[in-house]
Design a protein around this ligand. Structure first.
Ligand code: HEM
Length: 305
């Protein structure tokens, strides 16, 4: 055996007080690995548990699972940018392009949801899912927290009331998505939102502690001037912002319209939001990197599509 590797192995195991010989002997007895062991296909292909007998429910479950896997890949790329204290313009651009490609896939594949299920089947099996909603996707929320500063995720109507001295609790209560889960007249939260917060609020607080200073936008703003003016990087950032906040949002909105707007009558969504207004980008004007857009582009956000 190559003596360099032997020495490196020795060093590795000595560092954790382990006998390298025992570990080498273990290699003699270990099983060769197979594709199905490594990819965990048995576990993966047993995660599609339907609530009904409708075959198209499987499409619905699996496409959500595919989306969550891509969300995980996106979060992993963002984390690498966030944790790199000396990131170069090239690496930043490269990572943003990777994240964008994942979102491009999510956007173009949304037709699997829109045209891939029978409307009647969908409207039957969805009744068994109420009050669950994609609204409760924690990874989607994390992507947002990791992409931009909290202020850009605050409901437009309340942005002026929030600044650096505002408590996290107050800011959290005014995140844009609270509008989908709260009656603003009575202030009462829906079950969908209450259950989501019970499950994830603490985790979000931990997550935002790090990302409030290390999100993509803050990280970009802390780069030297030449990097911030680098065309490839700014174009990549704009592409990402546009893909997430207009293209994906519109693909999602068009899908909701396809299933829930029947003969001009809109059905209530499983999460119970006023979805027609809530989901359209022109109302929310969610923008991760506002400095990278002109005033005109921001004003007309979501209107020219
Ligand atoms: C037939 C397919 C779909 C329909 C009809 C649909 C409909 C809706 C509706 C109406 C909402 C608003 C909240 C509510 O009242 O429930 C929502 C939110 C949401 N859905 Fe979907 N959805 C679909 C597929 C998906 C897929 C595949 C994903 C991927 C994970 C997803 C992720 C989300 C997210 C992240 C939100 C929150 C968005 C926000 O707050 O702006 N949805 N969906």
């Amino acid at each position: 055996m190559n003596s360099k590797i032997t020495n490196q192995l020795k060093e590795k195991y000595e560092a954790i007080n382990q006998d390298v010989e025992t570990h080498l002997e273990g290699l003699l007895h270990s099983k060769p690995i197979n594709y199905w062991d490594y990819i965990q296909t048995d576990a993966l292909l047993n995660l599609q548990i339907q609530h009904t007998v409708f075959p198209d429910e499987k499409v619905f479950i699996m496409y959500h699972q595919i989306s969550e896997l891509l969300f995980k890949m996106i979060l992993s790329e963002i984390e690498q940018v966030a944790k790199d204290d000396n990131i170069t313009t090239e690496i930043f651009t490269d990572k943003i392009m990777r994240v964008s490609r994942y979102f491009d896939v999510l956007t173009s594949s949304f037709s699997i949801m829109k045209d891939g299920m029978d409307v009647n089947q969908y409207n039957k099996f969805r009744t068994t899912l109420t009050p669950a909603s994609g609204f409760q996707s924690a990874q989607y929320r994390k992507i947002e927290f990791a992409s931009t500063e909290l202020i850009n995720l605050i409901d437009k109507r309340f942005r002026d009331t929030i600044d650096r001295n505002t408590s996290y609790e107050h800011a959290f209560e005014h995140l844009y998505w609270q509008a989908a889960g709260k009656d603003y007249k009575t202030g009462k939260k829906t079950y969908t939102l209450t259950a989501f917060e019970e499950r994830y609020k603490e985790e979000f607080i931990r997550f935002t502690k790090f990302y409030q200073f290390n999100n993509l936008y803050s990280k970009f703003k802390s780069l030297p001037k030449e990097a911030k003016e680098n065309k490839a990087l700014t174009e990549a950032m704009r592409h990402y912002d546009y893909t997430v906040n207009i293209k994906w949002v519109m693909a999602h909105y068009n899908t909701a319209n396809h299933y829930l707007n029947i003969n001009g009558k809109t059905a209530e969504a499983t999460g119970g939001s006023e979805w027609v207004k809530y989901m359209h980008p022109k109302y929310q004007k969610r923008i991760f990197f506002p400095d990278l857009w002109t005033e005109k582009e921001k004003e007309t956000w979501g209107t020219n599509i």
